[in-house]
Design a binder for this molecule. Sequence first.
Ligand SMILES: [Zn+2]
Length: 261
Amino acid sequence: MPTGGSDPVREAARLLAERRNAVVLTGAGISVESGIPSFRGSQGMWAKYDPMEYATLHAFMQSPRKVWEMLSEMVSVCGGAAPNAAHASLAALEEMGVVRAVITQNVDGLHQAAGSRRVIEYHGSMEELICVHCWKRYLTRERWTPGAVPLCDCDEILKPNVVLFGEPIPWLAQEVAEEEARTCGVLMVIGTSAQVSPACDIPRLAKDAGAAVVEINPEPTSLTASVTDIHLRGSASGVLRLLLKELSLDDETPSSESSGH
Ligand SMILES: [Zn+2]
């Protein structure tokens, strides 16, 4: 456990406070506490649906109704979830001017729901549907009902505006994410081992450009021994609460009550 002068939470808070231009990369781990299981875990979607059969662009083009069996479950799970304390802490850090952007691999929209304003959705969002024939877009909640397959006005079956296997990352999201990584002072990696390409390039890009990499994960990952400078071990909400507390103590912004130091 953290002690004395080598407290890693304090060290991370010091870096964040000094540089004030942190970028955050999040993955499934941050949404687990909102009741959204990681795709790859034993409770995850891929334990039930073979992604090669249900989550590729090819599968969707061939048999969209079948793919919607899996998608319906995803929409229900994401639609019923609320942001947790970790999402709220990141929104608070943005408000404080400590965090400037969140790059997320999640498609659940929970960062925005928590109040984060600058969110780069690397894998798209379940909140939007798109027609792969006429390109018209719709809000999922306005077009989808449980048990039914959502149709476009042109009568084709709509696809969630998420990146399926076999689809490239939206180029704008990728460009902006890489630019953020190259120019941030601190990259916080939360709830992801960032193994999926090309999200895996983000920590390395940041590190090579001189950023400190702070990792928040319950267990060590492949990043821990390679690019991570400080590993804060624990749940996303627990660690972020400690960081926020540390940063609030350090915050020199004058408040209604005078500070004693
Ligand atoms: Zn259409």
